[in-house]
Design a binder for this molecule. Structure first.
Ligand code: SF4
Length: 352
């Protein structure tokens, strides 16, 4: 069995390679090819000798080369790319690249599927299959870095907002972010990283204990308790008022503003009353609200509110001095909602 060296630190890589008889400085060269040049084929690592390349190919493998791109969707404006990745064990996850004028960001998945069963989300339809490893999370970023090589740029931001609840795979998520932060990999600032949770309070507390300026986003989506529980069953264990308190504590500890995500679902949570209630909870908090007009999930029967209703909701928040914006739509013409592409792919396979 070949050892997969992707995601090893330089020290671990040196130990693995020298154990097979390679020189220590070669490990440094391989590390640079992998994480600074996003080159994953040993044969393309031009400063290695033929003998070293043969030794590497015989003994080692690199995760991005073991991941298959099962589907790729690109938005017509060229700003959003979504990949459905086939992992070596046969599972699949989605990952999305978004090009902004301030750089490229990737939305990574943290689990295969999700156990949180949010009613509007295709990722939670069949529950969680397993956690992703730190290497599998890092690979999502690096597969896009490889594609960006020709443009002489790298991913500069990561949001852990794809399939899965990151707080339930905490160690791997933090391990991946720490890896991307290293100066010998992406040198990505923690301030350019965001973890999004549906409200797992122990996870928010653990993140605060890390003392890293990672951005926290909380998926709120409803304020009326019964409605939130029907949309997000996690509300039963972690009621939103307690979630807001934990998020506030996170904000106070690190001085970072918390972002509350609020998907607007037509005639469910987009009324004047909902906007006023949300304002009452967030007034005077170091927080912002990101309003997301729903991407319809056909399996669940949710609809997107009209532009007028979205505007009305936004105006009420702003009148109440809440820092609120409507998320810029990206990738509307691809299956941009989390889990849609994976669900579609699974359905196609069933009918084959
Ligand atoms: S919205 Fe997030 S937490 Fe909820 S089911 Fe989907 S992936 Fe899981």
């Amino acid at each position: 069995m070949k050892q997969d060296i992707f995601g090893l630190t330089i020290e671990e890589l040196q130990a693995a390679l020298t154990a097979k008889g390679m020189k220590t400085f070669r490990a440094k060269q391989v590390f640079q090819w992998l994480y600074q040049k996003s080159v994953f084929d040993f044969s393309a690592m031009r400063n290695l000798s033929k003998a070293d390349i043969a030794l590497l190919e015989e003994n080692f493998t690199v995760l991005p080369r073991r991941i298959a791109v099962l589907r790729e969707q690109n938005s017509s404006d060229g700003l959003t790319s979504k990949l459905l990745l086939g992992l070596p064990d046969g599972n699949s996850v989605e990952t999305v690249l978004m090009r902004h004028d301030y750089g490229c960001s990737v939305c990574v998945s943290s689990q295969v599927g999700c156990d949180m069963h949010c009613a509007f989300c295709a990722s939670g339809l069949n529950g969680a299959v397993r956690n992703l490893s730190a290497a599998e999370i890092i690979a999502q970023v690096y597969l896009f870095n490889e594609r960006l090589r020709g443009e002489n740029t790298m991913v500069s931001r990561v949001v852990v907002m794809g399939s899965g609840e990151p707080m339930l795979n905490f160690d791997a998520v933090i391990g991946a972010l720490d890896f991307l932060h290293r100066e010998d990999t992406c040198l990505m600032s923690y301030r350019n990283m965001t973890i999004s949770t549906c409200g797992i309070i122990p996870g928010i507390r653990r993140l605060a204990e890390q003392g890293k300026p990672i951005n926290l986003a909380v998926s709120l989506h409803a304020v009326r308790s019964e409605l939130r529980t029907s949309l997000m069953p996690v509300n039963k264990g972690f009621p939103f008022a307690d979630v807001i308190t934990a998020a506030e504590a996170y904000s106070e500890a690190g001085g970072r503003q918390v972002t509350y995500e609020y998907i607007l679902l037509k005639d469910k949570n987009d009324s004047v009353q909902d906007a006023e209630l949300l304002s009452n909870y967030l007034r005077f908090k170091h927080a912002s609200v990101n309003l997301i007009p729903a991407n319809p999930v056909p399996e669940q029967g949710f609809e997107r509110p009209s532009r007028q209703r979205v505007e009305r909701f936004l105006k009420i928040l702003q009148k109440n001095r809440i820092n609120a914006t409507v998320r810029k739509e990206m990738g509307k013409d691809i299956d941009a909602a989390c889990g849609q592409l994976r669900a579609k792919f699974a359905k196609e396979q069933e009918h084959k």
